[in-house]
Design a protein around this ligand. Structure first.
Ligand code: 48H
Length: 266
């Protein structure tokens, strides 16, 4: 039994532990923006396959829109393909009707997060991605970060940057990373850049189908996933059916792993 608890030792443990991991995160294979269901699923699969993966989440809590289920009824629905992903995570589902499965949104958010971290993904909450780095070759080269709380300071606080070989925009409805790219370099780019157009009105069937096709490398070294993919390509929203988010996260991870392999000449 320790003789007495020392507050300064506790403080040093926190500062050392955190800064060590933050330093590690300044050079990663894949940086995922947003720890909602799509981002955490992508983080899990990437980390599991040995890819150095870091997620940045603006809010205190991870999970994005999943906690609230549908209209704050904390349940989500998935279709058969989505259930397979939940099964892989060990998340409980109940069949409602043939082809419709219900899961507890709290269990889903907590388990996606826990499994992603256990697989080796690092998640930093309370950090906002406010910009990207783009090099002369017109490729995303990294992210520009700031404490989310810096916006409360009412003064300009300069950000810090990290290098990433690939970035996944999993920021949900606002597709913030893609929006930054289109706004900052859209018209100036040598490449033709389609502008961010935003999602269409709700249509679960089409939204869930198109999200898979829309999960792709939208700009060199930038993959869009989850709701951000449908917003970027102007596909419908789908309401509280979450299979598409899980499957999109999984596809983004596969895409990223393949792009990394290709860039290493494997
Ligand atoms: C750091 C950021 C930044 C930033 C945003 O909204 P999410 O849950 O996104 P998805 O795509 O994983 O899931 C979408 C789903 O929750 C949903 O909204 C559905 C299915 N809607 C259907 C409908 O019809 O409405 O999570 C995105 C996360 C959030 O936690 C944000 O805080 C975070 O990204 N984020 N983090 N830097 N610039 N922007």
């Amino acid at each position: 039994m320790a003789e007495g608890l020392d507050e300064v030792t506790i403080s040093r443990a926190i500062i050392e532990g955190y800064t060590k991991e933050l330093l590690e995160a300044t050079e990663v294979d894949v940086a995922i923006v947003g720890a909602g269901p799509a981002g955490m699923t992508a983080g899990y699969y990437l980390a599991k396959s040995g890819v150095k993966t870091t997620l940045f989440e603006r809010k205190l809590s991870i999970g994005g829109g999943i906690w609230g289920g549908g209209m704050m009824f904390n349940r989500i629905v998935v279709q058969a393909e989505g259930k397979e992903v939940l099964d892989e995570f060990g998340i409980t589902t109940k069949e409602y009707r043939s082809g419709y499965y219900i899961a507890d949104s709290l269990e889903t958010a907590a388990t996606l997060c826990s499994q992603a971290i256990k697989a080796g993904a690092k998640i930093f909450n309370l950090i906002t991605v406010e910009d990207v780095m783009i090099r002369e070759d017109d490729k995303i080269a990294g992210l520009v970060l700031n404490w989310s709380a810096a916006s409360l300071a009412n003064i300009h606080v300069d950000p810090l940057a990290i290098r990433a070989r690939l970035v996944i925009d999993a920021t949900g409805h606002d597709c913030e990373v893609w929006r930054i790219v289109t706004q900052k370099i859209g018209a100036r780019s040598k490449k033709r850049i389609s502008q961010t157009i935003g999602e269409k009105p709700m249509w679960a069937e089409v939204g869930e189908r198109e999200i898979i096709k829309n999960t792709r490398e939208i700009y060199p070294n930038l993959i869009v996933a989850g709701m951000a993919a449908n917003a970027a390509f102007g596909s419908p929203r789908m309401g509280p059916i979450f299979g598409g988010m899980l499957l999109s996260g999984k596809k983004a991870a596969e895409l990223a792993a393949n792009l990394l392999k290709k860039s290493r000449g494997l």
